[in-house]
Ligand binder design. Structure first.
Ligand code: PEP
Ligand code: MG
Length: 889
């Protein structure tokens, strides 16, 4: 294998091998853009190194050959004493992991070559500053020295000189600092800072490989669902300097606004600085537009390049660039992260510009972004005090208690508190806290600061660079303009769409996107209109493309109507147990505990008209669309009084010598029906088989309701679904009784009801014998909640709170199998059952009604295995429609 690629050899489609950064550097090189020459070491080399602890045998020679070529091209040698070539060594994985992995700049500087650099640059201060940066970065990331030691030494050097900013240190000060830094390295790492440039480079390359497996990188990957076995590429790139004086500088740019999608000049520029200074948000930048005044030639060239990139990538690109003494260099580009709203707008704008088609537009957005747009927002009209305004870095409305460090954020959120993490700026060590918080507020840094980039990636609300806020993390407080002090634990609200910060709790209003789905969207703010327009068009693309139909899980007319407005094409699951709670619970209790035939008949007689009315309402709300009604499913204890409570009542009555025969009888019955493991007990079809008349009452209610709707010229399309079937025999018995009742109702009303009867597939045995079950079922609906529970042997009600955190931390799975379908296990059973079912009955209708029906990744799976529809809660219907469209395009 080839382990090293020159920038002229790669291209943007080689991200697996060259990482995102390397692939795009190659692409820009080949577009003829000004990229400093360099080469990329592949992810394959990294994987070999991580697996075996050693770099592949051929790597050293390949690196030497590419280094020779680079030296040849640049006319100078790495670390050459009188005129050194310097390189950066940067990580670059397939997926961007901002700030997660390591970078070392200025490799090639040594006690000797620092002099040569000073002479060549004609700037002694610059050379020594570069050298001290190298020792600092190298010491920290390659040799594992605590970074604070360098920071402290730098601070004392400034204090000794009574200056506040780094740039006020002169060459002589920096020389002394270099001596100090080398001492720190020697003491802490037990070795000298290496003077051999090739040794510096090789060690840095290994450090980048190793950085793939730091704890924070692993955590980030789990969060973002990035596989752990990809490895990172390493980019070795000749250095260009943004810190060579006022005609130099460094910046970041977006080809469109990543918050709104609008075209224009967006970005930040920092004069006389090196790249890391901008991304770290340490010094405050100027808007990119100001570059036009500072250096018109470079500005014009940059604008030209941005246009080239947008047309080439056909997407929003973000860019890192450096200007060295008036010469513009491109250091990085990639398809840029963006807010959810911007993703929708950009996708439609690009369609309008003729750059992409509808199918491609669907790939530019996703269900998670749509879900985010459906979050409520702050009510603009409430009179609450705005105490600051920062940069709207990642949208959303977050309310919580202010906390000033990551540890507290995690601790408080574990105990159920909502928190806002407030920091001066964040760095990768804050990741835990950012995950735990509702939102993130910083007082420094721009749209490209760590806080902003990471929050956008996570879909977390973030306001950054709110400079009027004085954040004092040591004393756990912040002072707002006017002097008011926000202490740890005080409630604050932040608006990631406007950048506003409020004291106290601000009420929220629904999102314009939800208002649109609800059909209540009025011409509002211009911003909202554009967004709604974009969502509307993308949904139309998705609906045109998708094969899967989307139904709702709904048990009452109100939910059904909302589901219909959101685009539901029927009800995939009506859980009838929800109709038996409240006032009717006692009727069910009496039914279950009935001692005599007469008592049971009586309770059934009372339940029938109530059930029928439920269905009349549901069928009329869903007129013309299928409604799958599931017969009673849940464990009986949900309908019976709590056993402990009842025991106490009996004991109390006894001690007071009050009459308590009835109570006692109830207690005995509850004892008799008590189960250690009710989820595996008397529920579902088993209930129908042991309580005579229960299922037939429900079937009668469905049939009579349908007949009534027909008589009223309605178009009811009921489907009767039997839960928790494990063998075809169960289904056959229930079916026979049901068919008879339906026939009776049809005869009595003189209507043909066209009711179909099917079953849920939610037990492994049902899936494994699906071919037999299909003999007695006209449709299958996969109950992936119970199927996941029974396939894994995980109690669906307990595990997420008990050991799942440990499982997620250990990476056993990246996401709960109750949330996203476990393709390999549960998914195989679904696939197998679907195939076996269709083999028996080619026109068998197949759907899914577990929670997975509304989960983006799972929707793609259900599309792939050929189901006819997914069914999910009304609120997730738009997400399912969109993802079904994406899956099909
Ligand atoms: C299921 O098990 O997936 C299902 C939809 O049924 P319930 O969640 O009601 O058990
Ligand atoms: Mg179930």
């Amino acid at each position: 294998a080839k382990f090293v690629y020159d920038f002229t050899e790669g291209n943007k489609d080689l991200k697996d091998l060259l990482g995102g950064k390397g692939a795009n550097l190659a692409e820009m090189t080949n577009l003829g853009l000004p990229v400093p020459p360099g080469f990329t070491i592949t992810t394959e080399a990294c994987k070999t190194y991580l697996d075996s602890g050693e770099e592949p045998a051929a790597l050293r020679d390949e690196v030497s050959a590419h280094l020779d070529a680079l030296e040849e091209a640049m006319g100078k040698k790495l670390g050459q004493a009188d005129n050194p070539l310097l390189v950066s060594v940067r990580s670059g994985a397939k997926f961007s992991m901002p700030g997660m992995m390591d970078t070392v700049l200025n490799i090639g500087l040594s006690d000797k070559s620092v002099q040569g650099l000073a002479k060549q640059a004609g700037d002694e201060r610059f050379a020594w500053d570069s050298y001290r940066r190298l020792i600092q970065m190298f010491g920290k990331t390659v040799l594992g020295v605590d970074g604070e030691l360098f920071e402290d030494a730098l601070e004392s050097a400034k204090a000794a000189k009574k200056v506040t900013v780094d740039t006020e240190l002169e060459a002589a000060d920096l020389k002394k600092l270099v001596t100090k830094f080398k001492k720190i390295v020697k003491t802490e790492a037990g070795r000298d800072f290496p003077q051999d440039p090739r040794e510096q480079m090789d060690l840095a390359i290994h450090a980048v490989f190793d950085s793939w497996n730091t704890d924070r990188a692993k955590l980030y990957r789990r969060q973002e669902r990035i596989p752990h076995d990809l490895g990172t590429a390493v980019n070795v790139c000749s250095m260009v300097f943004g810190n060579l004086g006022p005609d130099s500088g460094t910046g970041v740019a977006f080809t469109r606004d990543p918050a709104s999608g609008h075209q224009g000049v967006y970005g930040d520029y920092l004069q006389n600085a090196q790249g890391e200074d901008v991304v770290a948000g340490i010094r405050n930048t100027v808007p990119l537009a100001d570059l036009e005044k500072i250096d018109k030639k470079s500005y014009d060239q940059l604008m030209q390049i941005m246009e080239t990139l947008e047309n080439h990538y056909k997407d929003l690109c973000d860019i890192e660039f450096t200007i060295e003494r008036g010469q513009l260099w491109m250091l990085q580009t990639r398809v840029g992260k963006r807010t959810a709203g911007a993703a929708f707008r950009i996708a439609t704008q690009l369609v309008d510009q003729g750059l992409i088609d509808e199918a491609e537009a669907l790939q530019r957005v996703n269900g998670a972004q749509l879900a985010q747009l459906m979050f409520p927002r702050f009510d603009e009209d409430t009179k609450v005090q705005t105490v600051g305004r920062g940069i709207a870095a990642s949208p959303g409305a977050a309310v919580g208690k202010a906390v000033f460090d990551s540890y507290t954020a995690v601790k408080w959120s574990r105990s159920g508190e909502k928190v806002i993490l407030v920091r001066r700026e964040t760095n990768p060590d804050d990741l835990d806290g950012m995950i735990a918080a509702e939102g993130i507020l910083t007082s420094r840094g721009g749209k490209t600061s760590h806080a902003a980039v990471v929050a956008r990636g996570m879909g977390k609300t973030c306001v950054c660079g709110a400079e009027e806020l004085e954040v004092d993390t040591k004393r756990r407080r912040m002072t707002v303009p006017g002097g008011h002090v926000v202490e740890e634990g005080d409630l604050i609200s932040i608006d990631g769409s406007s950048g506003k910060v409020y004291l106290g709790e601000v009420p929220v209003v629904p999102s314009p996107v939800v208002e649109y789905f609800e059909g209540r969207m009025h011409a509002g703010a211009q911003d909202a209109d554009e967004l709604v327009e974009a969502v509307h068009r993308i949904m139309a693309f998705a609906d045109r493309k998708r094969r899967l139909r989307v139904r709702a899980n709904a048990d009452n007319a109100e939910d059904a109507m909302r589901a219909r407005r959101f685009g539901a094409q029927g009800i995939g699951l009506c859980r009838t147990e929800h109709m038996f709670l409240g006032d009717r619970r006692e009727l069910v209790e009496r039914l279950i505990l009935a001692d005599t035939e007469a008592e049971r008949e009586e309770s059934l007689k009372q339940l029938l008209p109530l059930q029928k009315q439920d269905f009349v309402e549901l069928f009329s709300a869903m007129d013309g669309l299928p409604v799958t009604v599931r017969l009673l499913d849940p464990p009986l204890h949900e309908f019976l009084p709590d056993i402990t409570e009842l025991s106490v009542r009996v004991a109390l009555a006894e001690s007071r010598q009050e009459p308590h025969e009835n109570l006692l009888r109830l207690l005995q019955a509850v004892h008799r029906l008590h189960e250690q493991n009710p989820m595996l007990g008397l529920r579902g079809v088993r209930l129908g088989l042991v309580i005579p008349g229960l299922f037939t009452m429900q079937v009668r209610a469905i049939a009579e309701a349908a007949a009534e709707r027909k008589a009223a010229k309605g178009d009811p399309r009921a489907e009767i679904m039997i839960p928790l079937v494990g063998t075809v025999q169960e289904l056959e018995i229930v079916r026979e009784e049901a068919d008879q009742v339906v026939a009776e109702v049809e005869a009595a009303t003189g209507t043909d009801l066209k009711l179909s009867i099917g079953t849920m597939i939610e037990l492994p045995r049902a899936a494994l014998t699906a071919g037999q079950i299909a003999e007695a079922a006209e449709f299958f609906s996969f109950g992936t909640n119970d199927l996941t529970q029974t396939v894994w042997g995980f109690s669906r009600d307990d595990v997420e709170a008990s050991f799942f955190t440990a499982y997620l931390e250990k990476g056993i799975f990246g996401v709960s199998p109750f949330e996203t379908i476990d393709r390999d296990g549960v998914g195989s059973l679904v696939k197998l059952a679907a195939e076996a079912g269709r083999a028996t009955r080619p026109d068998l209708k197949l759907g899914v009604c577990g929670e997975h029906g509304g989960d983006p990744e799972s929707v793609h799976f259900f599309h792939e295995v050929g189901l006819d529809y997914v069914s999910c809660s009304p609120f997730r219907i738009p997400v399912a429609r969109l993802e079904a469209g994406r899956a099909a395009s």
